[in-house]
Write a protein that binds this ligand. Structure first.
Ligand code: FMN
Length: 276
């Protein structure tokens, strides 16, 4: 029987979606039939069934402070703990995470996965909020350059998986120490960051996109107003894809002088392919 693989990914603003699709394409082209699924679009039961049909399972997520986004942690923890399956893990990041893939592997090992491959892919920065002054861009030329560079690395990663040559980038003590320098303070302040999003009712055009796109149901309608529950995933999907930039972060509206919010790794990216 021909081997096949499945990829489960969480993506806030499309970067991890793009890497997952590219990786599926590369693996399939090398004879390992692979399909990628957004964890927001499948139930736990479907995920378990897909895993049972596959010889290999992959997991992808964006790095948040050298850590996994909460939806990915919850997804992994919802899986049975007796996977007994080879796996691969990858993260997307703007700049650096230290041991970003190894953190995911540590969660997966507890569910019985033998993680033989892990890698990090540099993708555009999606942190565009006013309080954090990191550079970001929607320039198509820049996005193409970043995609090309990531694409080459994805090809090498796919080749190693298909050849059965274990490769685990950043699975060492040095990377762990560097990752911890960011992850430990991040985990300490994390719970204070879950209610930083709000909708500016003066700018809002009431399209409801943020409510439908939110992966955790943090944004919801109450008596015609959009409210928050305080369980934000920090993915910045609502912030970046609001058509009129009506989402405030820490009570500050988007600073247009710094450029428009990040709209995903490809032109006209539709965030609804990740959710609903
Ligand atoms: C809350 C948060 C924390 C982040 N932390 C890091 C980080 O520690 N290192 C890094 O290089 N990028 C960091 N980023 C950038 C994202 O990891 C990066 O842009 C990623 O590719 C986004 O993927 P997505 O579009 O699939 O959500 C962070 C983004 C967010 C929203």
């Amino acid at each position: 029987m021909k081997q096949q693989a499945v990829i489960f990914y969480f993506s806030g603003t499309g970067n991890t979606w793009w890497v997952s699709e590219e990786l599926s394409h590369q693996l399939t082209g090398r004879g390992l039939k692979t399909k990628a699924y957004s964890i927001e679009k499948i139930s736990q039961k479907e995920a378990v069934a897909l895993m049972e049909q596959s010889d290999l399972a992959g997991f992808g997520y964006p790095i948040h402070g050298s850590d996994l986004p909460r939806p990915m942690v919850e997804f992994i923890e919802s899986l049975p703990d007796n996977a007994n399956k080879n796996g691969f893990v990858f993260c997307t990041q703007w700049l650096w995470s230290g041991d970003g893939a190894a953190v995911g592997a540590s969660f997966l090992q507890k569910r019985g996965f033998n993680v033989l491959w892990g890698d990090h892919f540099l993708m555009p920065n999606n942190v565009t909020v006013s309080v954090i002054r990191l550079p970001y861009t929607n320039s198509l030329t820049r996005l193409e350059k970043v995609r090309n560079r990531a694409g080459r690395r994805i090809k090498r990663f796919a080749a190693r998986i298909v050849e059965g040559k274990p490769f685990r980038h950043g699975f060492n003590y040095g990377a762990y120490l560097l990752g911890s320098m960011q992850r430990v303070p991040y985990r300490r302040v994390y719970h204070k960051l879950l209610n930083d999003i709000a909708v500016d009712s003066k700018t809002c055009i009431d399209c409801g996109d943020c409510v439908r796109l939110c992966p955790t149901g943090n944004l919801f309608y109450q008596n015609g107003d959009i409210m928050t529950r305080g369980n934000c995933a920090l993915c910045l999907r609502c912030y970046n894809f609001c058509p009129v930039a009506a989402i405030k972060h820490m009570d500050r509206p988007h600073r247009h002088s710094r450029g428009e919010p990040y709209r995903g790794p490809v032109e006209n990216f539709d965030p609804f392919i990740l959710a609903e």
